[in-house]
Every structure is written in C-alpha cells, then in structure tokens.
Design a binder for this molecule. Structure first.
Ligand SMILES: [Zn+2]
Length: 345
C-alpha cells in the first residue's frame, strides 16, 4: 500500500429481512484524497438499493419533447441565443464546426459562455464524436484567451459539461459551459495550495508522483494519450469517476491542437465506456491553474463522473452527506471502474 492512498475499512453488521434476518456484514471503505484530505465513502452493496423513484427511460420521447423551439438547435440559434458585446467578441459569437459559443443567458461568473457541441438536438453518451468535442473545447479555449487578453483580472478558467437533467443540465441539447473568474473555485484553490505545499515538503510535483504511482500499481490506470493519463480516481467525487491528468500543462491556456485532439479522443473513449456500463448522464469539469500559466507543481486535470439515469423520476445520488458534509458516497470501486474502462480504451 502506497503512502499516497490512505483508507479505513469498516464493517457494519446487520440482519436483512430478505433471506430470513441472517447476520451479514457490509464493508464501508473511507478513502482520503491524498492532496486535499477530502474523504469519500464506498459501499458497493448500495448499487443494489431499491429506489422508489426508479423509472424507465424513454430517450426518443425525451428528445422529441424537448426539441420544439430548442434555442440550441441550428434553425433557432440566430434568433434565440444572446450575443457578446462587440468590444469582447466582434462577431457576437464564436463558430467552429458544429459548435457555436455565446453568452450564458443566466451567468454565475464574471464571464460565462455556453458552447453547443452538436448540431443534432440529442445524443446518447456513446454517440459523441471526437471532432465535436475538440471543436467545442477549442472554441472555449479561444474564448478564454480573448477574455484574458482584454481583462487580465479574469484569470481562473473552467470548462464544464453537464449532460442531461440528472447532471444539472437544464437543456437537453449537448453543450459545454465556459467560465472565467477572478478567483479559483473552492476546490481549485485547495488543490493549488496543496500542490504548493507538496512541492515544498517533498521537492516534487504531486501530479507527476500520482501518475507514476498509479502506473506502477496498475489498479486504477486506464491508459494514456500523448501527455494525458487517464485514471480511475482513488477517492472519487462520484460513481465511475475518471481523472485525466495533463503532464507539463498547468492551464487551459497552454493547450495546443495536439492536446485538444488527444483530450477529445480520450473523452470519447470514456463516454463509450460509460455507455457500455449503462451510464447516460454525466458531469465533466476541468481544473485549471491561472491563465498566465506556470502554477508551481500543478497539472491541469479533468474529472468525469457518472450520474443517475435520466428517468422521469429518479433518485438523486446527492444526499445530506454530499451536499452538507462534502463527503461523497459511491457504490462503484475505482479498481472496477478502471478495469471496465480499460476494455474499450
Ligand atoms: Zn436542440
């Protein structure tokens, strides 16, 4: 067991009614994120819970019902999506391939854009093409650079993707969100601080050490493309979490075309892996150092997590432990996620 990967395994004894109240023990693993100290709890038996709100998923109905008048569909876009002020983006929006990037109508950041990923209104998780993801990310990075050049106080970027309603997406049509803030998000701040502390104490980069360790252990290593390593996260934020770590890049502003192409190909493989597991809704986010780059010991990274199926009624995977104690309860072992993902990577 490596020093990086701290866990506490506990058991709770109980007598379930099914099978005649026979004594059984359920294993709960508490895993600590090596950098931030954040804890996750894993009990794989929770995957078997009966959910009152379980329902079947009518994807065609979902696509049909939400398509009428969709502002993100090509025929409505010109009329229904907002434009940037000409002093920021003279064309009013950024177009690239199937992507159009425009302001979020209800922003929660100083700069907050939306970028459509596809011309088609609805795609299942396994249907995305690398080209679509690459164009949307590339338009996002272009937007961030243009913002930062004009307003150097806007330094901390993030690109996020909520896919379908269980993930928090209010619109079915696939889209990314691109934000730029004057401060890092709470978690990005913790990670930046942790990386500084780590390099002071150990004289090496946390991310380089993590990738080396995970490659050596092999249990959570999925694969790599160019400078990007794909891992199942040791102490996950959610079910099926995949962590993609960029070697030698600390900020979204440092990505070149090769990086964007490899990132997109990797994300497509992960999404196909999700499709094979029956996952249709997910969240993805980048964690980036500041736009000026060179954040010491910090590597740009991306986390992707699975969310519940988009049924008419579903049980959320976020309860009091997650929202109020900031501890995730997951029901998939990271080592099982890695072995499932490896098959198609
Ligand atoms: Zn649409």
């Amino acid at each position: 067991m490596s020093w990086m990967f701290e866990k506490v395994a506990e058991e709770m004894g109980l007598r379930p009614p099914a099978g005649g109240f026979k004594e059984e023990a359920q294993r709960i693993e508490h895993r600590r994120d090596p950098l931030t100290g954040r804890w996750s709890r894993i009990n794989v038996r929770r995957a078997g819970r009966l959910e009152d709100a379980a329902g079947s998923v009518d994807y065609e109905g979902l696509a049909r019902r939400s398509r009428d008048g969709c502002a993100f569909c090509p025929e409505n876009m010109d009329e229904k999506t907002p434009r940037f002020s000409p002093d920021l983006i003279p064309e009013g929006f950024i177009a690239r391939g199937e992507t159009r990037l425009f302001p979020n109508l209800f922003p929660f950041a100083r700069y907050h854009a939306v970028a459509t990923l596809t011309r088609s209104h609805f795609l299942r998780t396994g249907e995305f093409k690398a080209r679509q993801i690459e164009d949307a990310f590339s338009a996002g990075v272009d937007f961030l650079e243009r913002v930062h050049n004009r307003d150097t106080g806007a330094r901390f970027p993030a690109i996020g993707w909520n896919h379908l309603s269980p993930s928090g997406a209010s619109i079915v049509h696939p889209h990314l969100q691109i934000i730029m803030d004057s401060r890092p998000t709470y978690l990005t701040g913790l990670v930046l601080e942790g990386c500084r502390r780590y390099i002071e104490e150990r004289g090496s980069s946390y991310w380089a050490d993590l990738v080396r360790e995970e490659r050596m252990l092999g249990e959570r290593y999925i694969g790599s493309l160019g400078r990007i390593t794909f891992l199942a996260a040791y102490a996950p934020f959610g079910n099926g979490e995949v962590l993609a770590v960029f070697d030698g890049r600390s900020s979204l502003s440092e990505l070149d075309r090769g990086d964007l192409s490899q990132l997109s190909r990797g994300v497509v493989r992960i999404l196909r892996g999700y499709a094979a597991m029956g996952v249709e809704s997910f969240n993805l986010s980048t964690f980036s150092g500041p736009m000026e780059g060179a954040a010491e010991g910090f590597s740009l990274h991306i986390r992707i997590i699975a969310r519940p199926l988009p049924a008419p009624y579903h049980t959320s995977d976020t309860g009091f432990m997650e929202t109020l104690h900031l501890e995730k309860i997951v029901e998939m072992l990271p080592e099982d996620v890695a072995s499932a993902m490896k098959k198609g990577f």
